[in-house]
Design a protein around this ligand. Structure first.
Ligand code: GDP
Ligand code: IMO
Ligand code: MG
Length: 420
């Protein structure tokens, strides 16, 4: 395997963590390039469930190095809690984790501003992890970075200035101001604990490439949550699409060899914003099986039919070479199964999702129906072991998406995977 970018092709939670865990077997380094602890990537290995938020999902495999790139926004307190949690589960974390000194910090006022904004009408339905305000400061060039945290005097000075500004805003919103002393102490203490991991990760990755190491770029969120290409304003605040893997790590485009797209066999979304194929009955059925509850916030995910208009567009934006379809088993007892092949907007057919949120909300899906297979698929380990209707379904949605199918996942565990 050469350098591979892995991208979610829908609205996040496609099963990226599971596929990363499988692909890490062939990689040397796994890198996160964007997002923060809004992500929740689930890996199930030896019956233990691990949910990764900031740490790349490759951490469970021995001998692999995990990198948090410059494009990630890091909440140091949350990161330490994640490291502690993983250590308690027996995961070794020392020289196998690197954090970019250029990564921006998520501070308590980011979380509080996120919470305050979510109280308003027109809310996004965020994870309330402070992601939007942290990226906002980055774009406004007023953010604090890991490199600041590594210099206590510099950090304290910058924090003090930021708190003067942000406490005024918080008070105007009716929230409690933040204590400088508390934040300063807790962040500096966290910084000391994280110091051994902080490095120039750009240089590390380039040297690794020179030595022929294989890198896996772990996308967080999904294509339609991308700040530019997603269903704005109901998006996250980073580039979740393939380009983000370059800007968020400092690895240039011509060093990337392939892009793997992960998509669920149906659609899900958590938070506000249009989900054109949303279906109440399918949602209820999946929830009744204990499926589709958010890995980060525990919120119920909204569910809908497979949307080929969306995934085809995701294929285009990301240059998807290969497809991994997950959660096929979620449709084991659904019959018939619907697939959205086109939208209709104001009586006219549409082959790409419109950029405008209200137009997207008015798009009516045009469906084709396929026969279900009414058989459990979880024990299938070869493509030929899938029922013929299931084979037909995955081939059809891959063809509609326009990329080559290379993996089908039929369960959450590492082994419950069919490699074509
Ligand atoms: P991510 O954010 O893209 O990594 O996805 P999440 O971990 O948030 O959500 C995917 C959910 O589906 C998790 O609960 C996974 O354990 C689970 N999962 C992934 N692939 C499969 C699959 O093929 N079958 C089943 N039953 N569960 C899966
Ligand atoms: P993974 O990596 C699904 C959604 C939130 C909200 C919007 C903005 O696990 O696929 P934010 O907190 O980022 O400002 O929220 O984006 N969202 C996700 N949905 N999976 C995720 O990550 C998500 N990260 C953010 O629900 O709608
Ligand atoms: Mg998730």
């Amino acid at each position: 395997m050469a350098n591979t970018i892995l991208i979610g092709m829908q609205w996040g939670d496609e099963g990226k963590g599971k596929i990363i865990d499988v692909l890490t077997a062939q990689a040397d380094i796994v890198v996160r390039s964007q997002g923060g602890n809004n992500a929740g990537h689930t890996v199930i290995y030896r019956r233990v469930k691990y949910v990764l938020h900031l740490i790349p999902s490759g951490i469970l495999r021995r001998g692999k190095v995990c990198v948090i790139g410059n494009g990630v926004v890091v909440d140091p307190i949350a990161l330490l809690a994640e490291i502690d949690g993983l250590r308690k589960l027996g995961v070794k974390i020392n020289k196998n984790l690197l954090i970019s000194d250029c990564a921006h910090l998520v501070l308590p006022y980011h979380r509080m501003l996120d919470e305050q904004r979510e109280l308003r009408r027109g809310r996004i339905g965020t994870t309330k992890r402070g992601i939007g305000p942290a990226y906002g400061d980055k774009a406004a060039r007023t953010g604090l970075r890991m490199s600041d945290l590594m210099q206590p005097i510099v950090f304290s000075k910058k924090l003090q200035a930021k708190l003067i500004e942000n406490n005024r805003i918080l008070q105007a919103l009716g929230a409690k101001p933040i204590s400088f002393r508390e934040v300063n102490e807790s962040y500096l203490a966290a910084g000391e604990n994280l110091r051994p991991f902080v490095a120039n990760t750009v240089v590390y990755l380039h040297r690794a490439i020179e030595r022929g190491k294989k890198i896996l770029f772990e996308g967080a969120q999904g294509t339609f949550l991308d700040i530019d290409h997603g269903t704005y304003p109901y998006v996250t605040s980073s580039n979740t699409t393939a380009g983000g893997a370059c800007t968020g790590t400092g690895v240039p485009p011509h060093r990337m060899d392939r892009v793997v797209g992960v998509m669920k066999a149906y659609s899900t979304r958590v938070g506000e914003g249009a989900l054109p194929t949303e279906d109440a009955q399918l949602t209820q059925m999946l929830h009744s099986l204990g499926r589709e509850f958010g890995a980060t916030t525990g919120r119920k995910r909204r569910c809908g039919w497979f949307d080929a208009v969306a995934t085809r567009y995701a294929g285009m934006i990301n240059g998807i070479d290969e497809l991994a379809i997950t959660n096929l088993d979620g449709l084991d007892h659904v019959d018939p199964i619907r697939v959205c092949v086109r939208y209709r907007l104001n009586g006219k057919p549409l082959d790409v999702p419109p950029c405008d949120a209200s137009q997207l909300a008015n798009c009516e899906p045009i469906y084709e129906e396929m026969r279900g297979w009414n058989t459990p698929t979880r024990s299938a380990r070869k493509f030929s072991q899938l029922p013929s209707a299931a084979r037909k379904y995955v081939k059809y949605i891959s063809k509609l998406t326009g990329a080559q199918l290379t993996m089908v996942s039929v369960g959450p565990a590492r082994g419950e995977t069919i490699v074509l």
